[in-house]
Write a protein that binds this ligand. Sequence first.
Ligand code: F0G
Length: 359
Amino acid sequence: MAHQWRGVIREYMDRLPFTKDDPVVTLGEGGTPLIEAPALARLLDVGSVHLKFEGMNPTGSFKDRGMTTAVSKALGDGAKAVIAASTGNTSAAAAAYAVKAGMQSVVLVPAGKISWGKLSQAVAHKAQILQVRGNFDDCLRLARELSENYPVFLVNSVNPNRLQGQKTAAFEVVDVLGEAPDLHAMPLGNAGNISAYHLGYREEVADQRIKKQPMLYGIQAAGSAPFIQGSPVAKPETIATAIRIGNPASWDLAQEAKRDSGGGFGSVSDKEILWMHRFLSQEAGVFVEPSSATGAAGLYKLKQLGELPKVDRIVVTVTGHGLKDPDWALKDENGRKIKPKKVPTSASSVAEILGLERK
Ligand code: F0G
């Protein structure tokens, strides 16, 4: 009989702060594919690379893992409304899970700096959307202040229930591979995700499911790289709008994840991000939003600099679906718009345009 994945709370209840009497708000998140990418393994000259394709979550990003736990807890605590600051994906997830829970959602986004795919999701799920004249960091400050003083629950990753849900991605990697990879890379923005993977892998070690956690690598966009600069960036800029964040909330946790796992931070230019975005589409068959290509782009850069650690198995989390921010796929390497040819309705003329010889 077909088995339907039950969402991360029910699949991992014994390892989450939930009991079977707690309300569960789920859209069936988690259980995302771990896709082998031999082309990327060749590029990096390692034994294997698997992509953890988080774009396969219900709202198209990894945020759903933490939103099921945060919104379920909020419902259990009697919340009527949730609030989130977001570069887009969190707002889509908060809006969808709020609908499922029968709550209102309020989302604060940086004006003009979120992709229309993500904005359309928040609109579709009837969030109250406010475009803040500022960046993500301003939005988060506002959301925190509002949740402290008004009856709205904060569901950003500073809410510890978010990291609890997100840590399940590490569990899934171990469940599928049967062990931990040597190195695990991902894009790094507000730093919730790398902190959640660290939490998950550490628990796997404590439970003796794995011997050692992977080296965790967090990669930032060069124009928005506080972890490389060593201090907050006042005016973050990058085409990777999902990670356009200058003052990451989980600063200390990310530093700890890096230190404790023996990992590292890196940064890549927008050009390097877009190159990898295209490579993943064209060589791995995995369509991600540009921000999501940042982890793989960072490893390729380390490889080129001769700084990629000698490892065998790598996992790279690709955090969001390509349809979230599809404009970039419709441009060529030189930024020119790609327009598919228009053809007449005759097989012989189409064959001629395609350069096909008759059989
Ligand atoms: N990748 C994508 C697609 C994201 O949307 C984000 C964060 C990240 C990576 C970085 O993860 O913040 O945990 O280090 N997006 C947040 C949002 C900020 O509002 O959707 P992080």
